[in-house]
Design a protein around this ligand. Structure first.
Ligand code: E4P
Length: 218
């Protein structure tokens, strides 16, 4: 499963890019607003930090506005930019148009298998089911990923599944086991993926042992 970082914070993106296993970035209007910078400036900077797909979300709610805004965002860096569109009829219509124009899209705010089906039928490059927000409201989030994976296999859709709204490392493991193509993960959770107390214990044991060997001299 490919790992993306879900943030608009440049320091976090820089760190994650340096680890070598984070291959893309997703942003949304809330994440952009936290940074206190203009969306185009943030997105332009992100393109210098991550050599992979970078989702930039339109804020227009009508089809024409989405097309205009999407084209402007795509022009920032056609090699990396993916236009993020909402799960609305206008968003799905825009996904179809962008596909015809050769512009990749990510249909976001997906909370049901039926919605994912529509995004796949519209020809979206990516669809983003939101796990955390489902869990927060008492819905079974991983079942949604499993269902979308099944649907994708049943019909051979090309659309890639980005598991989003990830809250913890368990979510990441569950998404990988369910067969999600990608998970987009907040910085705090990404940092925890490599952690295990037995790894820390093992490192300490080896450190002590290596010091004993080193004390013997050459
Ligand atoms: C997805 O691309 C979204 O940016 C994100 O995962 C939303 O997560 P949240 O529920 O933590 O806001």
């Amino acid at each position: 499963m490919i790992l993306f970082i879900d943030t608009a914070n440049l320091k976090e993106i820089e760190d994650a890019a340096d680890w070598g296993y984070v291959k893309g970035c997703t942003t949304n209007p809330s994440l952009i607003a936290k940074e206190g910078l203009k969306q185009k400036d943030v997105i332009a900077k992100i393109t210098t930090l991550i050599d992979g797909p970078i989702s930039a979300e339109v804020t227009a709610e009508d089809y024409e506005g989405m097309i205009e805004q999407g084209k402007e965002l795509f022009a920032i860096d056609p090699k990396h930019i993916v236009i993020k569109l909402p799960m609305t009829n206008a968003g799905l219509k825009a996904a179809k148009t962008f596909k015809e124009l050769g512009i990749p899209t990510n249909v976001t705010l997906c909370f049901s298998a039926a919605q994912a089906l529509l995004a796949m039928e519209a020809g979206a490059t990516y669809v983003s089911p939101f796990l955390g927000r489902l869990d927060d409201n008492g819905w079974e989030a991983i079942k949604l990923i499993e269902d979308i994976v099944t649907m994708k296999m049943n019909y051979g859709y090309d659309t890639k599944i980005i598991a989003a709204s990830i809250r913890n490392t368990e979510h990441v493991q569950q998404c990988a086991l369910a067969g999600s193509d990608i998970a987009t993960i907040p910085y705090g959770v990404l940092k925890k993926l490599i952690k295990h107390p037995l790894t820390d214990d093992g490192l300490e044991q080896f450190r002590v042992a290596a010091a004993k060997t080193a004390a013997l001299g050459k």
